[in-house]
Design a protein around this ligand. Sequence first.
Ligand code: DGY
Length: 335
Amino acid sequence: MQPRIVVTRRIPDPALELLARAGKMWLSPHDRPLTRTELQRSVSGADALVTLLHDRVDGPLLDAAGPQLRCVANVAVGYDNIDVAAATERGVVVTNTPGVLTDATADLALALILAVTRRLGDGERLLRARIPWSWHMFFMLGTGLQGKTLGVIGLGAIGQATARRARAFGMNIAYTSRRPAPREVEAELGGARRLPLDELLSTADVVTIHVPLSPNTHHLIDAERLRQMRPEAYLINTARGPIVDERALARALKTQELAGAGLDVFEREPEIDPELLELDNVVLVPHLGSATVETRTAMAVLAAQNVIAVLRRERPPTPINPEVLDPAGAPAPGA
Ligand code: DGY
């Protein structure tokens, strides 16, 4: 019998074509996230799920799929929407899409740094509001990046790619990380310095977040940590919204305890804190980190390749819980 593959929302065609050849594919007809009830109904009997970051995959949903479920392929590098322990307990392989979105996300982090430090949002709003203006020496002055310090929270692939771009703009790099980066990485980043978080926050001119969301990083940047930042500093978040206490950030921006922020992700997506929407010193974009045609296609194809490998009992390219696989790389018997 052909395996049933459930795709919870439309993904790029090359990936759908691969999946359609690999089994009996069900694709959600809706151009929106499925409700919890719809999700529970649609996963029933699935051998593989292709999920997006708005789908909560937990024990009850895995049970709603049934014991034949072998794979959950998340089309994202982040997988905070998935209860990986619950999947592992049930012998379900979980995969994500690392690597293919590194450059796109780092590009967006740099775009936000430039947009907020050079006041592009302010300028756009002024022109679109048809407010009269004329060039003068003090008009809409921003802040230069050359010689300033970028503090990177989490020097993984995206953190490094962002730092590399910032070097091209003349910035110095400091970073926090559980382990020191290899010496050659620090050297390539112009002698990047590893600092404790408190020191990084109190010295960096721009702080950019590149850690995954987990219970350890939830509200990692809270009111107290925001107070440690310099009033001339900027905060950039392209990782996950709940890493920052959004209320506290809005307050710090409003009282100018912080010069500005660039946000691609939000605590309660797709809602945005109404206070943030009123502020001029924050650039807001709707979770666009990986939003290029090339990157979204590569993410979806990688997710499809993960599904296909698991269904063929081969090692998937990017498993999150490889302990579910047997030593040869296939899902363990019974899984
Ligand atoms: C991811 O892959 O985790 C990104 O947030 C998607 O843009």
